[in-house]
Ligand binder design. Structure first.
Ligand code: G6P
Length: 460
């Protein structure tokens, strides 16, 4: 066994820390949150853990080259061109689009020689992770590989280190076989076999796990269904309750209240500005509400927190622009001297997100497809006075929350407008009662347990 080798390893594209250049040649660290971070913290000191991730920007690369780093984190300094082709090209433009079923005219998949070059970069990128993990892992260590960026890692790692216990977890939906088969056969097979290198494959819902198994059946003629497991990541109640009571959140609440104006109801959404989140149809539904039920004019405000994401991709830049354009158009059409119908914020601000959660009368979570959607689970945990949840039936969270939410077909703008109306009209007592049930369902599998449940079978 290598001295100081790790017994528990996590691998993901985006790591738990990122660095920004300070201007004087140094770097400043920023720590992220999320389920894996909080899960890892539950391990304690009996096992050495290591998180392997990619250096994502100039700041990260700077840090790696200067030897700056955190204990327990190893950042891989991968050739930026290889990373761009693997991350923007394959992971976010092909695999994300497939699993979220986002392809539509004129955004059709084109699998040409360029794609093949990007796929080669994706292999190189995955190999860099497999090599680092193979070098760092103790005999029989447990390795938890995260998400679609690293689908080939389990197979590549298995080849190098048959002694390891490998898990892979998908934080996204999985495409149904009819959609998945758009991929060239050889690549579809390579992808699935890469994942099947793992001892266990984790998914957020049974629906995504079954889709994976069905793709294996179609592409490879079957697999042992027992390798898939479902772990429905829940909200971290303890953290959220504490964090949402801090002064910076109170400040943001005061600012939002000022923007909303006295006595008005609020419809809140919080998302990355992401095609699958369906923000544009959400705004269209809100416009429909103001048109078809004019009694709401001047009496409701839509707080839309839409934080730019993946801006290297032109289609995301266009989508981000469309969200701003439509919000402005609604304000132009309906706004009055003292009422701004849509309050849109695009600068990522966690305290403001929590403030919006606390004061929401209605939360709108309408993705066209989503692995889980934690916003739907976080709102009921911190809500001050109860909140009606308008929830897409295509979000993974719907499996657990559907019973207490107002369910919508995310493509149906008219029905979404009606659902918003129903949410706004819901009596306070019913809202509070539903929020209680939503909160309980949302916190059933907190991040630490979610993480340990995946780890345990690999360590026993
Ligand atoms: C999804 C993925 C994550 C990813 C996150 C943010 O939740 O499942 O793996 O980290 O989106 O996307 P980004 O491209 O900014 O890492």
């Amino acid at each position: 066994m290598v001295h100081d080798a790790a017994q528990i390893l996590v691998a993901s594209n985006r790591g738990p820390v990122s660095y920004t250049p300070t201007g004087d040649g140094g770097v400043e660290a920023r720590r992220g949150g999320g389920g894996v971070v909080s899960g890892l913290s539950a391990i304690g000191s009996d096992a050495r853990s290591l998180w392997v991730c990619a250096a994502l920007g100039e700041g990260d690369r700077h840090a790696v080259r200067q030897g700056v780093g955190e204990d327990g984190v190893r950042m891989l300094d991968i050739d930026p061109e290889v990373h761009a082709a693997a991350y923007n090209g394959i992971a976010n433009s092909v695999l994300w689009f497939l699993h979220h079923m986002l392809y539509q005219t004129p955004l059709e998949p084109v699998f040409d020689r360029d794609f093949e070059r990007q796929w080669e970069a994706y292999r190189t990128y995955n190999r860099a992770f497999a090599e680092a993990l193979a070098a760092e892992a103790a005999d029989g260590a447990a390795v938890l590989v995260q998400d679609y960026h690293l689908a080939l890692v389990p197979g590549m790692l298995r080849e190098r280190r048959p002694d390891l216990r490998i898990g892979h977890f998908s934080h996204t939906p999985w495409a149904p076989p009819e959609y998945f088969r758009m991929l060239p056969d050889a690549i579809a097979g390579e992808l699935l076999r890469g994942m099947l290198g793992a001892d266990r494959l984790g998914f957020l819902t049974r629906r995504w796990a079954d889709a994976f198994t069905a793709c294996c059946a179609q592409q490879l003629g079957g697999t042992d269904a027992a390798v898939t497991a479902v772990h429905a990541l829940g909200a971290d109640a303890e953290f959220l309750r504490e964090r949402s009571r801090r002064p910076d959140v109170e400040e943001r609440m005061a600012e939002l209240r000022e923007a909303v104006g006295p006595g008005r109801r609020t419809i809140v959404r919080v998302d990355r500005t992401e095609l699958s989140k369906n923000i544009v149809r959400g705004l269209l539904a809100y416009r429909d509400l103001l048109t078809s039920r004019p009694e709401w004019r001047g009496r409701v405000v839509h707080i839309a927190l839409a934080y730019p994401s993946r801006q290297d991709l032109p289609v995301y830049r266009a989508y981000t622009a469309e969200v701003s354009r439509l919000a402005a158009a609604i304000n132009e059409e309906f706004g009055t001297g003292d009422w701004t119908p849509v309050v849109l914020h695009v600068r990522d601000d966690f305290a403001r997100s929590l403030a919006a959660y606390r004061m929401a009368d209605v939360a709108l979570v309408n993705p066209i497809r989503d692995g889980m959607n934690l916003v739907a689970k976080e709102v009921p945990v911190v809500s001050d006075e109860g909140c009606a949840l308008v929830l897409s039936r295509e979000a993974g969270a719907h499996e657990e929350l559907g019973e207490f939410a107002i369910t919508v077909n995310p493509y149906d703008v008219t029905a979404t407008a009606e659902a918003l109306h129903r949410g706004l009209m819901m009596p306070a007592a019913e809202r509070a009662e539903r929020t209680k049930h939503l909160g309980a369902a949302s916190t059933a599998l907190p991040p630490r347990r979610w993480f340990l449940d995946q780890l345990e079978p690999l360590r026993s």
